[in-house]
Design a protein around this ligand. Structure first.
Ligand code: ADP
Ligand code: MG
Length: 355
């Protein structure tokens, strides 16, 4: 890769490069009156719509590892994780502010790759990158994105709102992101061993990764389910509650139940496990169901809906009914394939502050 030091073009030179890379996203948000170049971005909200705002922080060595993460994919993922939060409110993303803290070892080309990924993803989702902030970093790369979306008041969906008797649904398949992460961690170990022993990191290891391509993509290049939100709007369906699966199916279901003051029962046999996940779990001597229940970073939508309303989306192959909402006294349970009940509150998901 060619190498141009950031110090050679300075902060403002770098912002100019960033501005030209995100320029193609600007047409996406019709309400955006001023993008990069002034002290603030200026946005004219659409009449009658509510604005939703979210922010996500991505920190080197906490949320990603540059040894196994191409910068283009990291840029795209940084956008997608925010879009996923907007989708969880049943809203549409409109624009984003992107702040970065960059280590001095980074080249101009590396930042360009990062923004190429962000710009590509933003265009795909139909949102504009409208501004941000740039700083140096004495430790690793930090990316902070704030995103604004819009939604009609009658479509807005919270985590609260689930009622006993309603169906519990999930989009897409689960377990793939956890499988992808395990494989990347294994790959990193192999890479580090090669470096330690002063051996070249041979192509064979990477070539083997090809057969795992799909789950690695689930980890490195997640796609927020804006298609499902558009489907709800098109079919005039409003989930009674919704969350995106960032911590794991089980912990995120618990968020819905806690905020809605309900219990839930899910059926193991109905959980849509990513087709490659079982094979990979067997290979790594791990458990695909555990990945599907507690693996984070899936970015699928978990939602509840009254039975009558579900009819309008029952043909949708990307949506699975995995259980139902119950009274709070019944707890949050998984019925396994033998009909045994497992208390989901005893399973652990990812928590930044637990050891
Ligand atoms: P200020 O000194 O007011 O913070 P800056 O010089 O940091 O202004 O930013 C100039 C313009 O460039 C602003 O419109 C800002 O939103 C935009 N900008 C700065 N850094 C970034 C970035 N990393 N990504 C996108 N836009 C940025
Ligand atoms: Mg600034």
């Amino acid at each position: 890769m060619p190498y141009k030091a950031i110090s050679g073009i300075g902060e403002f030179g770098l912002i100019d490069r960033i501005a030209s890379l995100v320029e193609p996203t600007l047409q996406a948000a019709p309400g955006l009156l001023t993008g990069i170049g002034d002290d603030c971005a200026v946005y004219q909200p659409a009449e009658g719509l509510l604005q939703v705002a979210t922010t996500d922080l991505l920190v080197d060595q906490i949320h990603f590892d540059l040894l196994t993460t191409p910068l283009k994919l990291l840029g795209s993922k940084a956008i997608s994780v925010n879009v996923s939060d907007i989708c969880a409110m049943n809203a549409l993303p409109r624009y984003a502010l992107v702040s970065i803290a960059v280590p001095s070892s980074f080249s101009v080309e590396m930042i360009e790759e990062l923004y190429q990924g962000m710009s590509y993803a933003a265009k795909e989702y139909g949102l504009a990158i409208a501004g941000g902030d740039t700083s140096s970093s004495r430790s690793g790369l930090v990316i902070s994105i704030t995103m604004i979306g819009e939604v009609a008041p009658e479509q807005l969906t919270h985590r609260s709102g689930a009622k006993p008797g309603e169906l519990l649904c999930v989009s897409g398949t689960l377990g793939g992101a956890a499988a992808g992460l395990k494989l990347l961690m294994r790959e990193k170990e192999i890479m580090l061993e090669h470096i330690e022993n002063n051996e070249p990191y041979t192509k064979s290891a990477m070539a083997e990764l090809k057969e795992y391509r799909e789950v690695i993509q689930r980890q490195l290049l997640p796609i927020a389910r804006l298609d499902i939100v558009r489907l709800f709007h098109a079919k005039n369906v409003r989930p009674s509650s919704m969350i995106d699966i960032s911590d794991g199916l089980s912990p995120d279901l618990q968020h819905i139940c806690r905020r809605s003051n309900t219990g839930a029962l899910i059926h193991e046999s109905r959980i849509p496990i990513h087709p490659d996940t079982r094979r990979i779990a067997d290979e790594l001597q791990e458990d695909a169901l555990t990945w599907a229940l507690t693996g984070g970073e899936e970015y699928q939508l978990l939602f509840t809906i009254p039975k009558e309303e579900y009819q309008a989306i029952s043909d949708e192959k990307e949506i699975s009914v995995i259980g139902e909402i119950t009274d709070t006294e019944e707890g949050i349970l998984l019925s396994d394939i033998y009909g045994m009940s497992i208390d989901l509150t005893s399973l652990k998901g990812f928590d930044h502050f637990s050891s």
